[in-house]
Design a protein around this ligand. Structure first.
Ligand code: ZN
Length: 148
């Protein structure tokens, strides 16, 4: 099976008809190195591929993907909505307040504590979202600036 056929299958499984914009956008999300993307990031990646899909279409397709459970939309403070493929692994995020860079983490100790806290309050935990905000500094750049 070709890569395109796999993506077509993913679309059909999600109950979506296969169209070229949907194919292209899902392909970008699946292949993205930095897999937290704004609609504009996706739009720019499409442009680079020579596609003429407009920004409004990108928004519409991403919203359809969200409704179909293919992608998750995040609303981080101070930035645009960020989309990523929904892999179901339920990770948490830390966001740089300067650059908007997003990193992910998963911590078993925190997860365990969250369940305990919920239980103490009489809840059984079904979902959680943790977003940390900070300022990212590249470790290599830090080392360089301390030398010079
Ligand atoms: Zn993520």
């Amino acid at each position: 099976m070709t890569h395109n056929q796999t993506i077509s299958q993913d679309l059909r499984k999600a109950g979506l008809k296969v169209t070229l914009p949907r194919l292209n956008i899902l392909e970008i999300l699946e292949g993205a190195e930095q897999h937290h993307m704004s609609a504009e990031d996706v739009y720019k990646a499409l442009l680079k591929q020579g596609s003429d899909v407009g920004l409004a279409t990108v928004y519409r397709v991403l919203t359809q993907f969200e409704a179909a459970g293919l992608v998750t939309r995040h609303h981080f403070d101070g930035g645009q909505a960020i989309f990523e493929l929904d892999t179901g692994d339920n990770h948490d995020h830390i966001v740089c307040m300067k650059s908007g860079k997003v990193s992910e983490f998963k911590d078993e100790l925190i997860e365990k504590r969250l369940h305990e806290i919920a239980e103490e309050l009489g809840y059984s935990l079904t979902d959680h979202k943790i977003i940390l905000y900070g300022v990212y500094q590249d470790k290599d750049e830090l080392a360089e600036s301390s030398i010079s």
